[in-house]
Ligand binder design. Sequence first.
Ligand code: AMP
Ligand code: MG
Length: 205
Amino acid sequence: MITKIVKIENVKEQKEALHEAGEILRSGGLVAFPTETVYGLGANGLDAEACAGIYAAKGRPSDNPLILHVANRSMVEQIAAVIPPLAEKLMAAFCPGPITLIMQRRSIVPDRITGGLSTVGIRMPENDVARALIQAAGVPIAAPSANISGRPSPTSAELTARDLDGRIPLILDGGPCHFGVESTIVDCTGEKAVILRPVRLRGRC
Ligand code: AMP
Ligand code: MG
């Protein structure tokens, strides 16, 4: 497979390229894209077959759950069974941004992406290209880091291509990632917030 790398410098002026990327995702294909943390390897998060492609391309163990990336609140409501008050507070303070919130999932979220868990990890990235891509796809995008399993998470399109060239049809190049480290993961399903993966938060509260 030939991997196309498309530079996205302005999401408003490059609607056509983003539309094409959204079309690949809607039809079950994979697209690598920038976020503020690391580059993600995306698939339609509501399509179990498409998500199986992520595990295959990365060589990722299939019991390791995927995070769903959303562009707005209505997408959160589409996949979370309930949004606990704790999650509301964290969303108000830190979303969009480098934080992933674990909530109970709706049945629309395929078992295969959560490793059979009743919960789902949800993130609203701040990166313009990521948001425009999710909007163009019109569905939540499942995306782990865009590397072969066991290798470092890529923070540029070049590093992404080093691992995934020939394995996926498209890499969107949005330049280097600002943060360069994975999102902080917070479990919001209990009485208290539990930090499952601490990294760093950039709060605005
Ligand atoms: P990444 O490899 O950066 O995509 O991070 C995915 C990680 O998020 C997984 O390895 C899990 O540790 C965590 N994760 C995703 N979904 C869940 C979930 N529903 N419950 C707990 N942890 C989750
Ligand atoms: Mg990873």
